[in-house]
Design a protein around this ligand. Sequence first.
Ligand code: CA
Ligand code: CA
Length: 559
Amino acid sequence: MVSGFRLQIFALALGGCLAEDSLCSLDSTCADEVTLLQGMLSRVGQHQPMSAEEEAEVLKEMQEAEEGIEDMSLVALSEAESQPASPGSWVFPANWNIQASSSWDSNYGAANVVAQGGRPWHSGRRNAFPEDLTFDAGEVITLDGFRTAQPPSGWRGSAMRAFTFLKSNDGATFTEVLQGEGRNLAAGETQDIEFPAVSARYWRLNMRSNHGYHRLLTVQYIKFRLAAAAGCEGIYEAEDATIEGAVEHSNTRSAGHQGFTGRSFVDYVNSHGDFVEWTVSSCRRGSATASFRYALAGGNRPLQVLVNGQEVDEALSFPACGGGDWKTWCDVSVPVALSSGQNTIKLVARGQSGANMDSLAIAMDPGATEYVGCFVDDRARDLGQRVGANNNIATNTFDGCRTACGNHRYMSLQYGGECFCADSYGNGDQYVQVDDSECNRVSEPCSSNSHNCGGSWRQAIYEINAAPVSLCSCQVTNYLGHLPPMDTQGPPETVTTVDEWLPVRGGISSLDVAGNCIVRVATGAAGAGEQAHRYPQGGHAYPMPTGNDNIQSMRLECV
Ligand SMILES: [Ca+2]
Ligand SMILES: [Ca+2]
């Protein structure tokens, strides 16, 4: 018979906060949910010292784990990982100053999180939550994510659960970057936490709960993902670029050549092969406008334009600036597609000498970085109701629509400036992606102020806010202990694993499900013979629709 144990499933502490329509992001707070969470945490054992038995168990586990580590020294960072990293890459916080609010002992200190081998960082013996890991990068850097890993064996349930990631410029006052819930990582597993790019020198990971392991935390390593910084918009002098054939004008005091910027300008000499090549770093990927400032007294002196070695214009026209002299300066522009990181832009003489070249200016097209693509729309409206028509000056540009869309994850411009906001797109088979050219309707002021303004039943979709951190984790508390990790009777035990079939010993008599969690059950092991019935939010008393004794496995899913 079914024993009378209670099974309570209560939610995802931040469930409401992370629901689809209410992003818990940089711009919104989740005060109610945090209060709820704090209340829950206080009930599940905050500030309780470890018992002697628990400590003995932890020590035993450490001993067992260490037997599996052949080389007890930390594995040195590979050469590649100690090289300067480019945006988008995951890096260890090598050479950073790292502090932990507590550590088990010096063998399990905070410094262990810079390497992939050896012992993990392990929080202290008598400290309850919260725990902090604080990082000083030594300089201001831009991040858009971090990755944590669990030790390769043991310490199940010691991964962080409720956390807040913070930043600081002075190391004293920290402000929130994001908060969320970490998954219950299996041994050796990693998780990536992503957020909109943000810059700071000091970073802190504040961890307020774990997934059930003796109120202690372990982290095998942490990596951080460097984001492209502010981008590469700006002015780059020709005289600072790589020059071949052409020369930097030396007589900078000559009356006939005044008005240049920077130190001087570049004088093309030969009719073939002379070039100026700018190398620009830290670019964000996307479409941009490259403008060249030059002086030319008369005629026209076209130059070949190469971006990252690819020809984008065989002979870009550089007409005379109109003053009939060499001190009147003007600009020509060419659209360019920039890659993330470093790019080269090159002007080559192909048959005749070039004008006097002063500088290059790079400006990203508004929305270029955020652009997703061009998609079909119809009267049912993939992104919901229109927010503004294309003659609405408040919303008919990228910046205007973005402001109107607030915390929504996506926005679109359609038909030259109609604005839509939503948290998803492609909500129907008909909303397929099409070529960007179908979206490029020219309509002002949209076109001059936006990367792409959409077309007729074609929408240019932009991702304007980061995805909510997907950290749904249902919590199962079994008061008599028929669920893993304890499948014998004992004190209340918590299970938080989601999306995985868990064994149930002795069946289920009743369920309480709260929050964004559903429960499936099966009559066999590992989901075999799954019952059609799912148990959504709410109480489910004996007898269960699917029977009781016959339930051998269950699976928690976030909805
Ligand atoms: Ca010349
Ligand atoms: Ca110059």
